[in-house]
Design a binder for this molecule. Structure first.
Ligand code: CAA
Length: 380
């Protein structure tokens, strides 16, 4: 395994770092406080190719590899985890799912505007009573001949209020359990489709999270993705890739908090010296640095395997499980190192601590990652 980034990957890293510093940092505290979606910034992310990073250029994407995606996600997440999740969902759950499994007509109609960032997408799997237990879908899509009739509710949907294109998972044949589930492309403007109120969240407050309400929505037959009954397998495979995105987001939150804590520890004085000279602080930073490097290696490994077309269910789950724990541990310690300053908004680390928590919950909780990993190792 080559641990060095290529020239191209280094350029992407620099571009993402510059973008984060100049475009995301200035308003990040205000967007968090006021729950403001980063409209302008997301538009610019599209122009830079960050919203369809690994999509083939023939479908409007930037044609990059998955390591580049991890590298860019880390840089964006260091500064603004909310903008990063908009990017992750659009790339890994929506664009990647369409590129891998949609028909050519569906790709031309829906993937191109999503990959260029002209519109953004959302992924609707979770329901009020089906989060971790994703096979228990209550949303139904009844086959009416030339269309499906979609009814039900989806919960906690990232990009829910600002998306134009939604991938929606629904049950068509309840007696077949997960093999009766389908995935559909749904347009926001369709009759009977309403967006619920915005959730007031602990963290990633600049991103928007809503429920989706479907009341007799007519979904044309040609908007089903893949074969009849392919929806659950579709969702699982898409989430395997999504977990690389969230692992990279967690990595970025951790490394952003670590960099701020290191900088602070080198300048803040207590007991006659910079606090980094106190072992109590220096050892915290040593642990953070080591754990972040280990998380980065797991993200790169999963991304390298994705580039090679391998099954990444295990490596993606390991990267997400570990990186999200590191994000939590690191941000808590970053607040501690900052002392009283860490508890106020101006110093960023309290926001990072709040943002970190969701990485242990969405796109599969840490407990679900352990189910995926343990089932994978028991098969070997
Ligand atoms: N990759 C590919 N296929 C998988 C898979 C994986 N990681 N995990 C399970 N499957 C397949 C199984 O092989 C099986 O298929 P077959 O019957 O054809 O063999 C099928 O899925 C059902 O699997 P199980 O029998 O293991 O079902 P289960 O109910 O015991 O467990 C689960 C399934 C792994 C727990 C699954 O429900 C799961 O991953 N749950 C978590 C869902 C999740 O991540 N939700 C996040 C929502 S999206 C989100 O957060 C979006 C956002 O806006 C940010």
């Amino acid at each position: 395994m080559n641990f060095n980034l290529s020239e191209e990957q280094l350029m992407i890293q620099q571009a993402a770092r510059d973008f984060a510093q100049t475009e995301l940092l200035p308003g990040v505290i205000e967007r968090d406080r006021e729950q403001k979606f980063p409209h302008e910034q997301v538009k610019k992310m599209g122009e830079l190719g960050f919203l369809g990073m690994f999509v083939d250029p023939k479908y409007g994407g930037a044609g990059m590899d998955y390591i580049s995606y991890v590298v860019a996600m880390e840089e964006i997440s260091k500064v603004d985890a909310s903008a990063a999740v908009v990017m992750s969902v659009n790339n890994s759950l929506v664009c990647a799912g369409l590129e891998a499994y949609a028909s050519e007509e569906q790709k031309m109609k829906y993937l191109v505007p999503l990959a260029t960032g002209e519109v953004i997408g959302a992924f609707g799997l979770s329901e009020p009573e089906a989060g971790s237990d994703a096979t228990s879908q209550k949303t139904t899509a009844i086959d009416m001949g030339d269309h499906y009739l979609l009814n039900g509710t989806k919960n906690w949907i990232t990009n829910g209020g600002n998306a134009s294109t939604y991938i929606v998972i629904a049950q068509t044949y309840p007696e077949r359990k997960h093999k009766g589930i389908n995935a559909f492309i749904v347009e926001r403007s369709w009759e009977g489709f309403d967006i619920g109120p915005k959730e007031d969240k602990m963290g990633i407050r600049g991103s928007d999270t809503h429920s989706l309400l479907f009341n007799d929505v007519k979904v044309p037959k040609e908007n089903r993705i893949g074969e009849d009954g392919f929806g659950f397998s579709f969702a699982m495979n898409v989430l395997n890739g999504g977990r690389i995105g969230i692992a990279s987001q967690a990595l970025g939150i951790a490394s952003g908090a670590y960099e701020l804590a290191l900088q602070y520890a080198k300048t803040r004085k207590a007991f006659g010296t910079e606090i980094i000279n106190h072992q109590a602080i220096a050892f915290k930073l040593a642990d953070m640095h080591t754990q972040i490097m280990a998380a980065r290696m797991l993200c790169y490994k999963a991304a390298a395997e994705k580039n090679e077309g391998k099954d990444i269910s295990e490596s993606g789950a390991m990267a997400k499980l570990y990186a999200s724990q590191v994000a939590m541990d690191t941000t808590i310690e970053a607040v501690q190192i900052h002392g009283g300053y860490g508890y106020v908004k101006e110093y960023h680390v309290e926001r990072m601590m709040r943002d970190a928590k969701i990485t242990q919950i969405y796109e599969g909780t840490s407990e679900i990652q352990k189910i995926v990993i343990s089932r994978s190792i028991s098969k070997k």
